[in-house]
Ligand binder design. Structure first.
Ligand SMILES: *Cc1c(COP(=O)(O)O)cnc(C)c1O
Ligand SMILES: [Zn+2]
Length: 407
C-alpha cells in the first residue's frame, strides 16, 4: 500500500508492517494505521472527488488501507444522506443542525462501514472464514457483508440482542451463538474461539482496519458540507471504535488540506453505562461499569477501544455528555417527528445529548452541528412501540373514525 506507512501502537508507539491480518501490539495496545499524507495530497484533492462517480465509502480509497489493486468486497456501503434540520436547529438554539443518517446503510447501521472493510481485508489476507463478537449491529453487518463476499462467519452476540438484529443474523446464514451473559462474556468467548480456530478477526479491539472503515462517515460529512468543517459532531459511544473513526476521518481531511479545522466531538453515552465519558471527565483511567441502559448497541461496560476513543475526544477539544434512557426515548420520538429519521436507541443517543446540552445552555448560538444517527429504528421494534404505543383501531366506519380523532 503506497499510501500507508505502518501500523503504530497507540500505547507504546511500536510500529508494525500493515499486513492485512495484523492484530494488537505485543504490549496489548491497539494499532493505528499511519498514512503518508504528503504523498496522498499529490494525487487526492477536491477535484479528484468532484470527478469520482462512486457513491460509496470507497470513493476515499486513497485514504483507506487497501492495496491499489484490491476490489472492495461487501455490500454498497456509505454516502448516506446528510439532512439539514432547521426546525431542530431552532429548538436547540443553534445556527445549523445536520442529521447524518447512517441507518440507511445496507444492513441499517454505521457498522457496515467497518464490515465492508473487514471482509475486504479478510479476502486480501486469503481467509475464508471471519468471526466477531458484537452487541448486535457489528454482527448483523458482518453477516450481510460476508454473505455478499462469499465468506463464512462465526458470530457471538449477547442473548439480550434485539430480535431485529437476530433475524438479520439468522437470515444471512451466520453460525450464530447467542451468549447467555454480558457483552464482556460474549467478547471473551469469541476471543477463545478465534484464538483456537484462527479465523479472520473482526473484533473492534483487535483489528485496526475497522475504524478506518468507520472514518469514512467523517469524510462524507466534510464533502457533503462543501469542505466547510462544522463546529461540532455528536456521536454515541460504546466500545469507542466509532468515535475514534470519526476523529480519524476528520484528521485525514485536515492533513490533506481539505478542511481547515477539526470539529469538536460531542461524545454521548448512556448514564447507566458511561465508562469512556467518566474517564475523560475525571481525567482518570477508565473503569468497568454495569451495562444499565436499554440502548443495547452502547451497553458496553468494558469498552474495547478506550485508548483511541479517549484520545479522539481529547484531541478534538471534545465535550462529554451522558443521557438517561428516558432522554433517549424522548429524542427518538422527537427526531422521527421533526426530521423523519427513525433511529434505534443508540442511533439517536447523540441527538439526545445535543438536546441535553441545549437545555443546559452549553451549545453556542452560532454553532453548526452534525448529529450522527448510527442505526435504524426498525432493528428494535419492541422498544419503539413501548415509547409510542399502539395505533388507533377502527372498523370501516367513518363516524367511528371521526369520533376517535375528534374531527
Ligand atoms: C456500535 C454502535 C454504536 C457505538 O459504536 P462503538 O464503536 O461501539 O463506540 C453506536 N450506535 C450504534 C447503532 C451502534 O451499532
Ligand atoms: Zn504497544
Amino acid at each position: 500500500m503506497k499510501n500507508v506507512i505502518c501500523c503504530r501502537c497507540v500505547k507504546c508507539g511500536k510500529e508494525y508492517a500493515a499486513k492485512p491480518d495484523v492484530a494488537t501490539c505485543d504490549c496489548g495496545g491497539i494499532l493505528d494505521v499511519i498514512y503518508d499524507y504528503d504523498s496522498i495530497k499529490t494525487v487526492f484533492d477536491k477535484n479528484t472527488l468532484k470527478h469520482r462517480d462512486e457513491p460509496t465509502m470507497w470513493r476515499y480509497r486513497e485514504l483507506l488501507p487497501i492495496e491499489e489493486d484490491t476490489a472492495p468486497a461487501g455490500l454498497r456501503v456509505g454516502m448516506s444522506p446528510l439532512y439539514e434540520a432547521p426546525k431542530i436547529a431552532d429548538d436547540l438554539g443553534i445556527r445549523r443542525l445536520y442529521i447524518k443518517d447512517d441507518g440507511v446503510n445496507p444492513t441499517a447501521s454505521l457498522k457496515d462501514r467497518a464490515s465492508a472493510m473487514a471482509v475486504t481485508k479478510a479476502i486480501e489476507a486469503g481467509y475464508d472464514t471471519i468471526a466477531c463478537s458484537s452487541t448486535g449491529n457489528a454482527a448483523s453487518s458482518l453477516a450481510g457483508n460476508a454473505a455478499k463476499a462469499g465468506l463464512k462467519t462465526y458470530i457471538f452476540v449477547p442473548a439480550r440482542a434485539p430480535k431485529g438484529k437476530i433475524a438479520q443474523l439468522m437470515m444471512f446464514g451466520a453460525n450464530l451463538t447467542a451468549v447467555d451473559g454480558s457483552y464482556e462474556e460474549t467478547f471473551e468467548l469469541s476471543k477463545a474461539a478465534i484464538d483456537k480456530y484462527g479465523w479472520y478477526n473482526r473484533n473492534a479491539a483487535i483489528n485496526p482496519y475497522l475504524s478506518e472503515g468507520k472514518k469514512t462517515v467523517a469524510h462524507e460529512i466534510c464533502e457533503q458540507l462543501g469542505f466547510h468543517a462544522p463546529d461540532f459532531i455528536a456521536v454515541s459511544v460504546g466500545d469507542g471504535c466509532t468515535v475514534a473513526g470519526v476523529y480519524k476521518g476528520l484528521y485525514d481531511m485536515y492533513m490533506v488540506g481539505l478542511i481547515d479545522k477539526i470539529p469538536r466531538i460531542i461524545s454521548v453515552q448512556a448514564q447507566g453505562c458511561c465508562p469512556i465519558n467518566t474517564a475523560v471527565m475525571n481525567d482518570a483511567p477508565w473503569q468497568p461499569q454495569e451495562e444499565n441502559t436499554y440502548a443495547d448497541s452502547i451497553a458496553v461496560g468494558v469498552p474495547r477501544n478506550p485508548d483511541k476513543a479517549i484520545n479522539a475526544i481529547r484531541n478534538s477539544g471534545g465535550v462529554c455528555v451522558n443521557v438517561t434512557d428516558d432522554e433517549i426515548r424522548e429524542a427518538q420520538k422527537y427526531l422521527a417527528r421533526n426530521a423523519g429519521v427513525f433511529g434505534e436507541p443508540a442511533g439517536v443517543t447523540a441527538t439526545a445529548g445535543l438536546m441535553k446540552l441545549s437545555r443546559e445552555g452549553k451549545l453556542p448560538h452560532d454553532a453548526t452541528v452534525v448529529s450522527i444517527v448510527t442505526g435504524n429504528g426498525l432493528k428494535d421494534i419492541d422498544s419503539a412501540i413501548q415509547s409510542v404505543g399502539e395505533p388507533v383501531h377502527c372498523k370501516n366506519d367513518l363516524a367511528e373514525f371521526e369520533a376517535k380523532f375528534g374531527l
